[in-house]
Design a protein around this ligand. Structure first.
Ligand code: RFL
Ligand code: PHB
Length: 389
């Protein structure tokens, strides 16, 4: 079999690329290791930058997002009982949209199926061959049978644990990594959100985040030790700890209930360079990971897809490969800025186990500066709503 672009991974990156290519009549096949339900069951990001929203519209899947997403013009940052609103709209003229990754993925799968576009689920043993040659192809197994797909290009959208990045030889690939000494314990509960806007809470007991999916679905996180397991945290213990980390005025209003999902995510900053090797292009988590504090994971995946889509479009429709050749450089320039912002937000709001009294004072001064300076708030706001593509 032959197609123009093989997309490895049917997460948000791969699906968004597939849909955008379809609008231009460019053929693509998505190879996904798991089932559709498994992919849709993963609770992850919740905040979409304006650019991500625009891409969803461009891909023809913006209708439900427009109707059901919640536009947020700002966010609250707190320290102990003090809280402060950063107004995105006032500082940047734009906002973000609260719409879960699960919904993004569902809309993309629905559109893909409605258009009859090919997706291979349960694709095992996916391997990339000849990415640095003119005979690129991908092999994979379904039900024990090996298949081969020849193609012009391969989009490696298979997440952090995928095979695409590993295909690039170590002589070419350079990886940058920073692992943080804590994780985030997250729960989803069918309770009304404690506040209309998100609350990013720093406290002496560690970080907490109050987020949401809709009017009766809340997403909360607390910083936890890397050695903690989900079993260590009963729902009651989680709520108790959350209340101690957010301002009292909010804690008093918090509606608690049973968790319907509970998981722990370690925090890391990771970038691989380059993001292109021959006919293989890495996108999203396959190429980079950010700590979730700045809500940038899904949004950097989307900006990669923007650059790759524009490159493929110019190549196929105009015979011009300049944008494709610039992919790695352009994507990385934006990725590193999102890495910087996520690292800074993480450093600003978390308790690190080895913090000295001087570190604590510096962190406090960073927060005081932010709360007092319009310039600092504008800087946070412009990064949070998303830097231009
Ligand atoms: P994904 O979503 O990981 O999708 C990759 C897809 O590729 C498939 N796959 C393969 N398919 C074929 N062959 C193989 N060998 C394959 N290996 C893997 C996988 O099954 C999967 O379907 O990457 P993508 O599309 O680049 O999307 C990126 C986003 O998912 C990611 O950036 C965010 O979800 C990151 N992230 C969060 N971001 C936020 O902004 N806010 C959050 O709260 C947040 N929470 C999270 C997260 C990521 C997590 N991970 C990766 C463990 C919580 C977790 C737990
Ligand atoms: C979420 O709603 O899951 C969420 C929101 C903001 C973040 C991280 C996660 O920074």
């Amino acid at each position: 079999m032959r197609t123009q672009v093989v997309i490895i991974g049917g997460g948000p990156s791969g699906l968004l690329l597939g849909q955008l290519l379809h609008t231009q009549g460019i053929e693509a096949v998505v190879l996904e290791r798991k089932t559709r339900d498994y992919v849709l069951g993963r609770i992850r990001a919740g905040i979409l930058e304006r650019g991500t929203v625009s891409l969803m519209h461009k891909a023809g899947v913006g209708a439900r997002l427009e109707a059901e997403g919640f536009v947020h013009d700002g966010t609250i940052l707190s320290y102990g009982d003090d809280d402060f609103t950063i107004n995105f709209k006032e500082h940047t003229g734009t906002s973000v949209v609260v719409y879960g990754q699960t919904e993004v993925t569902r809309d993309l799968y629905d559109a893909r199926e409605a258009a009859g576009l090919p997706t291979v689920f349960n694709a095992q043993e996916v391997q990339i061959h000849g990415a640095d040659s003119d005979s690129a192809h991908v092999t994979y197994e379904v039900d024990g049978q090996t298949h081969r797909m020849d193609c012009d290009f391969i989009a490696g959208c298979d997440g952090f644990h995928g095979i695409s990045r590993q295909t690039i030889p170590l002589t070419v690939r350079k990886e940058y990594e920073k692992v943080y000494p804590f994780g985030w314990l997250g729960i989803l509960s069918e309770t009304p959100p404690v506040n209309d806007e998100l609350i990013y809470a720093a406290s002496e007991r560690g970080f907490a985040l109050c987020s949401m999916r809709n009017k009766n679905l809340s997403r909360y996180y607390i910083q936890c030790a890397l050695t903690d397991t989900v079993e260590d945290w009963s729902d009651a213990a989680f709520w108790e700890e959350l209340k101690r980390r957010i301002p009292k005025a909010h804690a008093d209003k918090l509606v608690t209930g049973p968790s319907i999902e509970k998981s722990i995510a370690p925090l890391r900053s990771f970038v691989t360079e380059p993001m292109r090797w021959g006919r293989l292009f890495l996108c999203g988590d396959a190429a980079h990971i950010v700590p979730p504090t700045g809500a940038k994971g899904l949004n950097t995946a989307a900006s990669d897809i923007h650059y790759l889509f524009e490159g493929l479009k110019a190549h196929y429709l105009e015979g011009d490969s300049a944008a494709l050749d610039a992919y790695s450089e352009k994507a990385l320039a934006r990725v590193w800025k999102a890495e910087r912002f996520s690292w800074w937000m993480t450093s600003l709001l978390h308790r690190f186990p080895d913090m000295s009294p001087a570190d604590l004072r510096l962190q406090q001064a960073d927060l005081d500066y932010l709360f007092a300076s319009e310039a600092a708030q504008t800087s946070l706001a412009e990064n949070y709503v998303g830097l231009p593509y």
